[in-house]
Design a protein around this ligand. Structure first.
Ligand SMILES: [Fe+2]
Length: 196
């Protein structure tokens, strides 16, 4: 398999996921200006955990989960955060990538589509960003926290909205979690930052 074939198969699965969940398709339209770009794959340690323990998926989310696993060796995985910010264990069992966006495997300026994976028993501390964000859970489950709101435990097909610059956090317990995340609005190219 080539990188292009793996990424295009993954994009098709992501598009099907986006159209299957009304919350996603109502949040932002599927980008119309997607342009594939070659990016050197960048492996990170979490790939072994993702492959061995991707978490339970639903009938609707299984094709996307499996396409992510198949494409994993071809993906430019990122950490963004430093060991000083999140610790070594977190970096060993976390990774994300930009499927589509200003700096993604597919270039678009209409939205940002990313995928994130966390191992079990990790805490992604309070952070925020200017774009509005809609999380969707592909497999596994986790606890989604928003300042001044109830914590929600979400599994496959669960979604949660984060407003512009609204602090939020994520904790995993006894399972890993694989998420597909949409951003819309200003600041698509900027990284999230830890909340003050
Ligand atoms: Fe976020």
């Amino acid at each position: 398999m080539t990188q292009s074939a793996a990424l295009h198969t993954l994009l098709d699965a992501a598009k099907a996921w986006h159209s299957a969940l009304p919350a996603l398709s109502e949040f932002v339209h599927w980008p119309q200006d997607l342009t594939y770009t070659e990016r050197p794959p960048h492996a990170l340690p979490h790939i072994a955990h993702l492959t061995a323990e991707p978490g339970v998926a639903s009938a609707v989310s299984t094709p996307l989960r499996d396409a992510i696993i198949t494409a994993a060796p071809y993906i430019e995985w990122r950490h963004t955060y430093t060991e000083e910010e999140v610790g070594r264990d977190f970096l060993n069992r976390f990774g994300w990538f930009e499927l589509a966006g200003p700096d993604g495997h597919f270039i678009t300026n209409e939205a940002r589509l990313t995928v994130g994976f966390w191992g079990a028993n990790l805490h992604y501390d309070w952070h925020q960003h200017e774009p509005e964000e809609l999380y969707s859970v592909v497999s596994g489950h986790g606890q989604f926290m928003i300042e001044d709101q109830d914590t929600l435990t979400l599994g496959p097909e669960g979604t949660r909205l984060h407003l512009s610059n609204q602090p939020h956090a994520l904790t995993t317990t006894d399972a890993t979690i694989l998420t597909f995340v949409l951003w819309r609005g200003a600041g698509l190219a900027d990284p999230p930052r830890m909340s003050p």
